[in-house]
Design a protein around this ligand. Structure first.
Ligand code: ADP
Ligand code: ADP
Length: 229
């Protein structure tokens, strides 16, 4: 599903590489944490997947396709396969919960009748049916993050990428968010969670990839967060 073959990313010739000879394979349906200190290369990993940036050397494959070979026209289709959840919610404040989620279908031209069918299902999936007509500023942080998740899954991405999804949330709310991500994963979506939240990683006992200074230094099945130097 996601494959990095000897991927190196250098932003600036005078600086160290942001990612260095990274090799990894994430299979369809996996749930993976990507951890590492600030500056380790986590955002670079996400930007490479979304093709916001290109690898300096090496190959990034999604579903078997080398994404560097995609034309400009094909990149939006790549991004549709990837749902993204950011820490800073990026919700539209003047739209209701329902409208925020529906909007993600509208912008890719899905018909109104599909939207009316799918948005309630997505809101149910994240436990927000009762908030459909509320506005983002009327919601708690955890609820806002659930809207973001509903929006990210509404177009059935194969892969859900979550960048610090529990960064600003208390432990109990964080656990709820993780349960929702697990549920989405059980329905077949590959889930990649980038996080600093070592407690959460240790509770979840999923595969953990660790980046240190651009190097992939560990890959543990049912791993623990390593407090890397
Ligand atoms: P993380 O997300 O783990 O904090 P990043 O991927 O943002 O790490 O950064 C990895 C390294 O690349 C850091 O040394 C950072 O300073 C550098 N870096 C990130 N983005 C840029 C950029 N646009 N230009 C130059 N260097 C960058
Ligand atoms: P359904 O299975 O709900 O009747 P379709 O057969 O139209 O819907 O499409 C199946 C899935 O493929 C949809 O859930 C939708 O996410 C995706 N899909 C279909 N057409 C498009 C499109 N133009 N852009 C993005 N995704 C699409």
């Amino acid at each position: 599903m996601i494959e990095f073959i000897n991927v190196t990313k250098t932003y600036d010739k005078n600086e160290k590489d942001a990612l260095k000879n990274v090799n990894l394979f994430i299979d369809k349906g996996e749930f993976v944490f990507l951890v590492g200190r600030s500056g380790a290369g986590k955002s670079t990993f996400i930007k490479l997947l979304l093709r916001e940036i290109d690898a300096s050397t090496g190959t990034v494959k999604i579903k078997g396709h080398d994404i560097s070979k995609l034309s400009k026209k094909e990149i939006p289709y790549l991004r549709r396969k990837l749902g993204v959840v950011f820490q800073d919610f990026r919700l539209l404040e003047n739209k209701s919960v329902y409208e925020n989620v529906a909007y993600a279908m509208e912008i890719i031209g899905r018909p109104e009748r599909k939207i009316r069918k799918k948005v309630p299902l997505a809101l149910e999936m994240v436990g927000l049916s009762h908030r459909a007509n509320h506005y983002p500023n009327e919601l708690s942080g955890g609820e806002q993050q659930r809207v973001v998740i509903a929006r990210a899954i509404i177009n059935n991405p194969s892969i859900l990428i979550c960048d610090e999804p529990t960064g600003n949330l208390d432990p109990v709310t964080s656990r709820d968010i993780m349960r929702i991500l697990e549920e989405i994963n059980k329905h077949g979506t590959t889930v990649v969670v980038v996080t600093h939240d070592s407690e959460m990683v240790n509770i979840m006992k999923k595969r953990v990839l660790t980046l240190e200074n651009g190097y992939l230094t560990s890959d543990d099945v049912k791993g623990r967060y390593r407090n890397a130097k």
